[in-house]
Design a protein around this ligand. Structure first.
Ligand code: GLU
Length: 420
């Protein structure tokens, strides 16, 4: 795998660059920083799977645990054609900081399988999932490593995951994975959690900046679980969402998009193509629209040193993990864009994953209202803590969020000591 890219596009190097900045501001001891810069444990597996036509395809899978200092590794499983080791490492580390920012008792991990879920049958997806679980079984456990959905995976994949693990363990263990269907120990409010967290952070930012939701416009890149729900949640507080996109391109309607109609269209066709209520624009154009709020909610590295100078939004809420490169950070700062960094903005998902894990372990389930209220408290308090840190240290929101998260992980790492 490509582990040596030193370009702007390597997300693990981008993670380390921000970690170094935060560590310097915090005055962390170099020994602790050296630990936090690397991943604790990584596995790469070859997974032979029988395809529907009888042929055997060998897939490549990864699981990376960046840190288990504060609790079991936690983080999603991604099925995508461009998964690579440094990306999974970065995503794992971001989970560590994210869980620490919202102060849930987890470390960080991430998994990935190089495959194209859109080109596979349901049976093929099931066999890949089960083979992956069996292959990484030794790393997993409700007290070791707890995966969840990410790009290309969903509740059905989590159901197969939980079933495979439970079959091998000879026990009913729903807490092995989160983001499950409700009937298998999933939590109410988990599906909407990331998009709702994006909205809550944006709402807090609007308050902080003295802006009114009802006089703001927004553009959202991504129409999956995070993008579409973020758009709908923003609309629910009065924001006019004028543009949205999927991998194939975007749609704009200056009068505001009919998101319910778009959701129904996506349900039927799985892509925005063919929807009549807007004009087509490209995924590059959507990022540069003159809107108040921009929500990149698709994938990494979409805002770089190349297009950062053209960003016009006042608030940039990172629904995706790593949508801005470290080089773009500097440009956005200079322009005065109010960035709500990924490890805060999209932390609503893992917050409700934590609630799901707690409920599974108690075998006692909460109402939607309980989930939503608890999650809102956590998101609002975490937003305030990041903004306060930024003000106190005179740093960007991104570095402030890293400082908050990294400091919590440094503290447990220091207290636990070095076992030799
Ligand atoms: N994949 C999501 C993320 O990147 C959710 C992780 C989880 O719930 O464990 O935050």
């Amino acid at each position: 795998m490509n582990q040596t890219v030193s370009s702007e596009d390597n997300p693990f190097l981008a993670m380390q660059a921000r970690l170094d900045l935060a560590a310097e501001k915090l005055g962390l001891e170099p020994n602790i920083v050296a630990i936090l810069r690397t991943c604790e444990r990584e596995i790469r597996i070859s997974m032979p799977v029988v395809m529907d036509d009888g042929s055997v395809q060998v897939f490549e899978g990864y699981r990376v645990q960046h840190s288990t200092s504060r609790g079991p590794a936690k983080g999603g499983l991604r099925f995508a054609p461009n998964v690579n080791r440094d990306e999974v490492r970065a995503l794992a580390a971001w989970m560590t900081w994210k869980c620490a920012v919202v102060n849930v008792p987890f470390g960080g991990g991430k998994g990935g399988v190089i495959c194209d879920p859109f080109k596979m049958s349901k049976g093929e997806l099931e066999r890949v999932t089960r083979r992956y679980v069996a292959g990484i079984m030794d790393l997993l456990g409700p007290d070791r490593d707890v995966p969840a959905p990410d790009m290309g995976t969903d509740g059905q994949v989590m159901a197969w995951f939980m079933d495979t693990y439970s079959m091998h363990a000879r026990s009913y263990l729903p807490a092995i994975v989160t983001g499950k269907p409700i009937s298998l120990g999933g939590s109410l409010g988990r599906i909407e959690a990331t998009g709702r967290g994006v909205m809550l952070c944006t709402r807090e930012a609007l308050r902080h900046l003295g802006m009114k939701a009802s006089s703001c416009t927004a553009a959202v890149q991504g129409a999956g679980n995070v993008g579409l729900i973020s758009a709908m949640q923003l609309a629910s507080i009065g924001v006019k969402v004028i543009a949205i996109s999927d991998v194939h391109g975007g749609l704009i309607n200056e009068k505001g998009l009919d998101l319910a109609a778009i959701a129904a269209h996506l349900q039927r066709h799985r892509r925005l193509d063919g929807y009549e209520g807007g004009t087509r624009i490209s995924n590059a154009e959507i990022l540069e629209l003159p809107v108040d709020i921009l929500v990149p909610a698709a994938t990494e590295n979409v805002i770089t040193s190349q297009n950062a100078p053209n960003i016009k939004a006042r608030i940039l809420t990172e629904g995706a993990n790593g949508p801005c490169t470290a080089n773009a950070d500097r440009i956005l700062d200079e322009k005065g864009v109010f960035v709500i960094p990924d490890i805060l903005a999209n932390a609503g998902g893992v917050t409700v994953s934590y609630f799901e894990w707690v409920q599974d372990r108690m075998a006692f389930f909460w109402t939607q209202k309980e989930v939503e209220e608890r999650m809102e408290h956590i998101m609002v308090d975490s937003f305030a803590a990041v903004v306060d840190m930024a003000k106190r240290f005179g740093v960007s929101n991104r570095i402030a969020a890293y400082m908050l998260g990294v400091n919590r992980v440094a503290e447990t790492t220091r207290m636990r000591g070095i076992y030799a």
